[in-house]
Ligand binder design. Structure first.
Ligand code: ADE
Ligand code: ZN
Length: 335
């Protein structure tokens, strides 16, 4: 089963590039920029990565991201993640980045986007991994700040496919960002949002009805509301589920209690993703391996999840079909 999972061609649809920042690279970039970080060793970092909730994690995540200064730093961060994609048979990835985490510290928007997008171009050329970018607004900041970010993004519109919403969910409902989502959609960005990770089903309703999202990041708490489940199915929206993130942030106590299989049985379209792999103990393949074991998933279940990852990506239909055919051929030979 492990080899079956590892060799499957797959897509990742929920990944924060700042959350892919491995300790070794963090040390290297911090040194290069002569920035002190509050850890002396990888062991100290690993000890600090124990979280009781989303906010615990976010505090450490923003601190880690603060050593990123130059376009080269953003390039190295992104290319390093894309190399991991190549070794895991991730053919396509949809990468979230948080411009405000950096512009708030005085880093220019163009520095961030140029470094990240150059790495994506090189990875397509050198590694055969395709990618697209999701610009995520930080929901603990104001809508006015999000509007500033939207304006900064316009000269780079051709490099960005979608907008997302992340950071501290509770107390920052989707309704806070209704206007900036409307404006983002007018600019041609596809709307997605984190919803129902720590927030309740009402947050998911708002993301659907006010932000008009085309995909739900996490969505675990949608299961609290039967009508909502039906609405998600009616709108044919996929949920980008992140098992190891859910246990690391105590959204789910134990992987054995994870609602993934329940979601699938309800007819929801689900994908498996790593969220912030450097912080939560595993890349996307590790997420598949651990959730398969915990829930006793079959090869057919895994195939369904991976098929969804291409089907519910924002790729054009022709490229989707190429990946889906490759996947189907692999499954026929290995089932
Ligand atoms: N930013 C990075 N990872 C996140 C998560 N899992 N939830 C909300 N915001 C995030
Ligand atoms: Zn996330």
């Amino acid at each position: 089963m492990k080899a079956f999972i590892e060799n499957l061609p797959k897509a990742e649809l929920h990944l924060h590039i700042e959350g892919s920042f491995e300790p070794a690279l963090m040390f290297k970039i911090a040194n290069r920029n002569k920035i002190d970080i509050p850890y002396k060793s990888v062991e100290e970092i690993e000890k600090a990565y124990k979280f009781n909730c989303l906010q615990d994690f976010l505090d450490i995540y923003y601190q880690g991201a603060s050593v990123l200064i130059t376009a080269q730093d953003f390039y190295d961060l992104t290319y390093s993640y894309l190399q991991k994609c190549a070794t895991q048979n991730v053919r396509h990835t949809e990468i979230m980045f948080d411009p405000q985490t950096h512009t708030e510290r005085g880093i220019e928007f163009k520095t961030v986007i140029n470094g990240i997008s150059k790495a994506c171009e090189d990875a397509k050329e050198n590694l055969g991994v395709t990618s697209l970018l999701i610009m995520s607004y930080l929901r603990h900041l104001s809508e006015e700040e999000a509007f500033k970010t939207l304006a900064q993004s316009i000269p780079f519109k051709d490099k960005i496919t979608a907008v997302g919403l992340d950071s501290s969910e509770k107390g920052n409902p989707p309704s806070k960002f209704k206007n900036v989502y409307e404006a983002s959609i007018k600019e041609g960005y596809i709307p997605v949002a984190h919803a129902g990770e720590e927030g309740n089903a009402d947050y998911v309703w708002e993301a659907l009805n006010l932000l008009k999202i085309k995909r739900i990041d996490h969505g675990n708490n949608a299961l609290q509301d039967e009508k909502l489940i039906e609405e998600i199915k009616k709108r044919d929206l996929a949920l980008t589920v992140c098992p190891l993130s859910n246990t690391a942030l105590q959204v789910v106590t134990d992987l054995k209690d994870h609602p993934l299989k329940k979601m699938m049985n309800l007819g929801l379209k689900v994908t498996i993703n790593s969220d912030d792999p450097a912080y939560f103990g595993g890349q996307v393949n590790q997420n598949f391996i651990e959730i398969q074991k915990a829930l006793n998933l079959t090869k057919a279940d895994i195939y369904e999840l991976v098929k969804n990852s291409f089907q519910y990506s924002f790729l054009d239909d022709k490229t989707k079909q190429i990946y889906l055919t490759e996947l189907e051929n692999y499954y026929k030979l290995n089932n």
